[in-house]
Write a protein that binds this ligand. Structure first.
Ligand code: GTP
Length: 317
């Protein structure tokens, strides 16, 4: 029976080793020898921390000591501490994982009187779980990121900008934070672009406009596609004056030069409307409606220009 147990421990595809109270190795199975490069005959009787100086001695000895003192099992998983031994894992697809991920169990080995004479340790290779989990996490991250993006231009989509607008308003109402502004803009005579150059060239114009706008924005600004050829910008901590400056810069960037497409060079301009948050514009709908009124004013008084919302101007329109 004993030799059968020896056989299993030796052949198991799990690391097994046993430490005495001085952390000297009393058993070292084939898995440990294979992965560490230290043969059983060289390991036996040697202090573990001399064989593997890279081990986290303070942490590991505390763990082993607790098993001697408390006489209970202890565990550690790769999620808490990715590895103790720097073992290669030989997986072709690593997901950025360097060394073999390891789960450990620390078990008290008692004598007939119930005293703990040694601690048996098992090491399970958890690299596959770690790789799958890392891949899953990055896939989920990409999925979430994509679900916030507009497929054509890569800027945020309406669902996302709506949510960010609500967040901004809540932030102001809760913390009396500095007001933000919203800029809505819409490309001029875009129907004509599609009709003249085709829908694919129209798509290329939308992508290029998005690129031009992104270049002039600051990091906290939120830029999204609001609908067909209409875009929205949320400018945190930006008053009416600042928002007008940004909007003017965007207008100039869009109109700077025609867009080069396979169908020819296409002149492009946009009309913009700006609204700054105020207590009277206390909902996402109210503030975007105000920006939309200003945009309407830009459209109907010549296009390729910026209008800042004011109740007087809205009343005139
Ligand atoms: N290529 C392309 N065209 C789009 C897309 N979304 C909306 N459009 C087009 O954008 C055009 C918008 O036209 P209108 O709303 O009449 O406005 P406009 O021609 O831009 O005129 P003004 O806004 O008054 O300057 C329509 O022809 C839509 O088909 C898109 O994703 N790609």
């Amino acid at each position: 029976m004993e030799s059968l147990c020896d056989f299993i421990v030796k052949e198991l595809n799990v690391g097994v080793f046993v430490l005495d109270p001085q952390y000297r190795v009393r058993l070292w199975n084939r898995f440990m020898a294979h992965h560490s490069g230290v043969k059983s005959e060289d390991a036996l009787g040697q202090p573990l921390f001399e064989l593997f100086p890279e081990l986290p001695q303070k942490w590991l000895s505390k763990k082993v000591d607790s098993v001697f003192v408390l006489k209970n099992f202890a565990f550690t998983s790769w999620e808490q501490r990715p590895y103790l031994f720097r073992f290669q894992h030989n997986r072709p697809i690593t997901g950025g994982i360097d060394f073999m991920r390891q789960n450990f169990t620390f078990m008290p080995v008692r004598d007939d009187a119930g005293e703990v004479q040694a601690v048996a340790v098992t090491l399970i290779d958890a690299t596959d779980s770690a790789i799958y989990q890392t891949m899953l996490q990055s896939a989920m991250q990409r999925l979430e990121e994509n679900s916030n993006r507009d497929g054509l231009t890569g800027v945020f989509n309406r669902r996302y900008t709506d949510a960010r607008l609500s967040d901004e308003i809540q932030r102001i109402q809760r913390y009396q934070a500095e007001p933000f502004s919203v800029v809505l803009f819409d490309l001029d005579h875009f129907k004509q672009v599609n009709d003249t150059y085709g829908h694919l060239a129209g798509d290329e114009v939308l992508r290029e406009v998005a690129r031009r706008v992104q270049v002039v924005l600051r990091e906290p600004d939120v830029f999204g596609r609001y609908g067909g050829e209409e875009f929205i910008l949320i400018l945190p901590q930006t008053d009416q004056h600042g928002a007008r400056v940004v909007a003017e810069r965007i207008r100039a960037a869009i109109a700077a030069e025609p867009v080069a497409s396979g169908e020819g060079t296409i002149p492009v301009t946009a009309s913009l409307g700006v609204a700054c948050f105020s207590p009277e514009l206390g909902t996402p709908q109210a503030v975007t409606h105000a920006a939309d009124e200003a945009l309407y004013h830009s459209k109907h008084t010549g296009r390729n220009q910026v209008t800042v919302h004011s109740p007087q101007q809205a009343a005139q329109d």
